[in-house]
Write a protein that binds this ligand. Structure first.
Ligand SMILES: [Zn+2]
Ligand SMILES: [Zn+2]
Length: 141
């Protein structure tokens, strides 16, 4: 009779259903002894994924850090960093556009002030001319 690799109690239930088998050392474990639920185990089976006991996991983790230091995690960070810089570039472009728009509005204000000033000048000239005409008219009478 097989015994649980953790608690050493004989496994009386059918294997592969309520017991986890390590894909490396081939030992059987009570699911509850290795922190798995029957749902976890059936999911692993469905995905055709090998499960490894704590001891084997630790062993492989050490081996993995020795041989392949590049885990998928840093790639993910780089991707999100790229997205962030793209976002920053878009923001910068918007800021540039906004300041260009502000410059345009400012120049329009200056032009409007110029137009108002020349309009004022026109009014003054018209008033002067009117006065002159009035004077000339009263002179000729
Ligand atoms: Zn056990
Ligand atoms: Zn194992």
């Amino acid at each position: 009779m097989a015994k649980c690799g953790k608690c050493n109690v004989i496994l009386t239930r059918a294997p592969n259903v309520t017991h986890a088998r390590c894909g490396k050392c081939n030992l059987l474990f009570h699911l509850e002894c290795v922190g798995l639920t029957p749902a976890d185990w059936s999911t692993l089976k469905d995905l055709n994924k090998a499960w490894f006991c704590n001891a084997c996991n630790k062993e492989m983790r050490v081996a993995r850090t020795d041989s392949t230091p590049a885990s998928p995690a840093p790639t993910k960070v780089v991707t999100s960093g790229g997205e962030m810089s793209t976002l920053n570039e878009v923001l910068k472009a918007i800021q540039n556009n906004t300041s260009a728009l502000n410059n345009f509005i400012e120049s329009q204000k200056v032009q409007n002030a110029d137009i108002l000033k020349s309009l004022d000048d026109c009014h003054t000239s018209i008033q002067e001319n009117t006065t002159t005409v009035n004077v000339l008219q009263s002179d000729s009478q």
